[in-house]
Design a protein around this ligand. Structure first.
Ligand code: XMP
Ligand code: MG
Length: 186
């Protein structure tokens, strides 16, 4: 049944029901926290590409009205880990001033990306600003960043599936899996 597990996968870290249960819990929490909000005031901003499946599942489980928008970033391949250099490659369509903004990220690693986004949106004077991440690797954090909703803390391994990729592969696996280290350690 289902898609065969790719040979590059070492082990499945979070299976489909585990992810779906947690996403439901996060949606319930967010729906409670934003109770009574108007559609035009609540903006979910997904960070492409990694968050697209998480955002789709989370958004469909919210019981409060909301809008969906996207932003795309690119980290400078070599320098990023040392310097946190991030480049904006696609901005949101919506004007976020005066809106309640929830940034939806796939994974918090060093924290540089979310910190960059937090500062970017903060400067645009939203009515409120919060962040959600499905995953976090606490052993890798280098900078502090406000994180209001977190799905799972995971160990320092490269994970793929449920939107996450390695070299743009494995994004549509229904589970989150650790890759074999030989695949990403060159
Ligand atoms: P920072 O270090 O800025 O990085 O917090 C966040 C971004 O790094 C990517 N990332 C991963 N992507 N599997 C992935 O597919 C991983 O294990 C992983 N760790 C970090 C991701 O793009 C995230 O937005
Ligand atoms: Mg990403």
């Amino acid at each position: 049944m289902g898609v065969p597990v790719p040979d590059s996968v070492d082990y499945i870290l979070l299976d489909e029901p585990t992810i779906q249960n947690r996403v439901q819990e996060m949606a319930d929490q967010i729906s409670a926290d934003y109770h009574g909000i108007r559609n035009e005031d609540f903006l979910l901003v997904g960070v492409l590409k990694g968050s697209f499946i998480y955002l789709a599942d989370l958004a469909r489980r919210l019981t409060v009205p909301h809008r969906v928008d996207f932003i795309a970033l690119s980290s400078y391949a070599d320098k990023a880990e040392a310097t946190g250099a991030v480049r904006l490659i696609m901005d949101t369509r919506a004007d976020v001033a005066g809106k309640h903004v929830l940034i939806v990220e796939d994974i918090l690693d060093t924290g540089y990306t979310l910190r960059y986004l937090y500062r970017l949106f903060e400067a645009r004077e939203p009515a409120s600003l919060r962040t959600a991440a499905l995953l976090s690797k606490p052993d890798r954090h280098k900078v502090e960043v406000p994180l209001h909703y977190l799905g799972f803390s995971i160990p320092d391994v490269w994970v793929v599936g449920y939107g996450l990729d390695y070299a743009d592969r494995f994004r549509t696996l229904p589970y989150i899996a650790a890759l074999k280290p030989r695949v990403y350690q060159k």
